[in-house]
Design a protein around this ligand. Structure first.
Ligand code: GDP
Length: 438
């Protein structure tokens, strides 16, 4: 039987209102113990809360009660909207702890109840965590479409195609001695599998975009030592994040800042200057710089006109060549045609053009349908399903009877994506993103 749990669901600290949530079969009992009566369902009601079994008043609060079938968790839920002072919250939580059968919720436990009761699927749990973490407009919009259950709906469609294919396999085996019927069956299964394959491939094509919108568009700043990488990062972040020094080799690790560019989350990474060195720590930094460049969605190749600029050919990501320090006289030509952007992080000249170019690169990758797949776990599940479907397509030539276990593997992979099976293995990782009260 589900336990009844409670916790502060709004943020910590002083506020006008704090929301304490109670979820589980004893939610009503808890309200009776504190408020002496139950409010009408789903109607905000002003009630006096007292310590159970005493006259000590804790607060006057707005109280809400939701029945199991109309609540977020799928359990009876009570919400206490109390005054948002730490002492009020502490005293109400203390009083709830005195009610027999109630305990404090662990992080993510309300969402876990919702998942366990089938109110939401695993894709929606992840979208909920994304929504709570969302800091930019695009992150919020992507998370909201995930929360609406887009992925769950697509998985249901794919699974119904699989079910049809399985039914055809079963029928086909029954009619296997009637040549014509068997041939027709095979063709039917073939077209179903093709539809399934293109659906799964379509979803996978949007996975990179989903990852980019939710986790952030990764921009790596690469260049020789002293090219002005750390100064550029600070100028774009509008604060001192990286240490700027005229001593080459100051940045040894990869330093990341998150920016919001026109509603998009952007992760800007400053890296160690690329040069030959015998210093083992600096060499590790340079290795990390290369890794950062290989994971980036866009690389800024910095050139201050003095040292040999890095080579763009070895990069996998698209790159923009940036001429830095245009406010001073340099050894090389000032307006180098191989550089798309010319800027000075000191005077700010050219920074807007760079931001514009970054935005263009982001928009380039953010076209088309909203992404179904956002997280690596989801992408891998759909990839496994696709591999199984393609396995079935290959086996179909040998005969229908060989298809069943491929179809089953595809179905299992899809069930895992939305958490119908294998939930326990991934729950730890998924719920590690939740805090208490969610
Ligand atoms: P990094 O090693 O590539 O990260 O380079 P830094 O950002 O540490 O800069 C190296 C040196 O170049 C420092 O002395 C900076 O003050 C200087 N510098 C960086 N950007 C500019 C700029 O736009 N104009 C001028 N005049 N100097 C700059």
């Amino acid at each position: 039987m589900t336990e009844t749990v409670f916790s502060l669901s709004s943020g910590k600290g002083k506020a006008g209102i704090a929301v304490i949530r109670i979820s589980g079969p004893l939610a009503g009992t808890a309200l009776l113990a504190l408020a002496g009566a139950l409010p009408p369902l789903r109607q905000a009601t002003l009630m006096t809360l007292r310590r159970p079994g005493s006259d000590v008043i804790l607060d006057r609060a707005l109280v809400l009660l939701f029945a199991r079938d109309r609540s977020f968790t799928g359990e009876p839920v009570a919400e206490l909207h109390v005054h948002g002072g730490p002492a009020v919250v502490r005293s109400v939580l203390g009083a709830l702890a005195e009610v027999p059968g109630l305990r404090m919720a662990v992080p993510g436990e309300f969402t876990r109840q919702a998942l366990g009761n089938g109110r939401i699927d695993l894709g929606q749990v992840e979208a909920l965590a994304d929504l709570i973490d969302a800091e930019t407009e695009r992150q919020r919009m992507q998370a909201l479409s995930g929360l609406a259950g887009m992925l769950g709906a697509a998985v249901r469609d794919w699974r119904s195609l699989l079910l049809e294919a399985k039914a055809m396999v079963a029928a086909d085996i029954d009619f296997s001695d009637e040549g014509d019927v068997a041939d027709q069956g095979l063709r039917g299964i073939d077209s179903l599998l093709q539809r399934l394959e293109s659906g799964l491939e379509g979803a996978l094509r949007t996975a990179d975009r989903g990852r980019m919108l939710v986790d952030g568009f990764r921009v790596a700043i690469i260049g020789p030592p002293n090219a002005g990488k750390s100064t550029l990062l600070n100028a774009l972040a509008r604060r001192d994040v990286a240490i700027v020094s005229e001593h080459a080799g100051t940045t040894r690790d990869v330093l990341e800042v998150k920016l919001d560019i026109d509603g998009y989350a952007v992760i800007l990474a400053d890296t160690a200057g690329l040069r030959e060195t015998s210093d083992p720590v600096e060499r590790m930094g340079i290795e990390r710089a290369r890794t950062s460049a290989s994971k980036a969605d866009l690389v800024l190749l910095l050139d201050d006109g003095e040292s040999e600029p890095p080579d763009a050919d070895s990069l996998t990501a698209p790159s923009i060549r940036v001429r830095t320090k245009i406010d001073r006289k340099a050894a090389g030509p000032l307006h180098d045609i191989s550089c798309r952007i010319h800027l000075s992080a000191h005077t700010g000249e050219g920074l807007d053009s760079l931001t514009e170019q970054i935005l263009l690169a982001i928009r380039e990758g953010d076209r088309g349908e909203p992404s179904l797949l956002v997280h690596e776990r989801q992408r891998q599940g759909v990839e496994r399903a696709l591999a199984a479907v393609q396995g079935a397509q290959r086996e179909a030539v040998r005969g229908v009877e060989f298809l069943d276990h491929h179809l089953q593997r595809a179905d299992d992979a899809l069930k895992e994506v939305i958490g119908l099976i294998g939930v326990e293995e991934v729950l730890g990782a998924v719920f590690s993103r939740f805090c208490i009260g969610k």
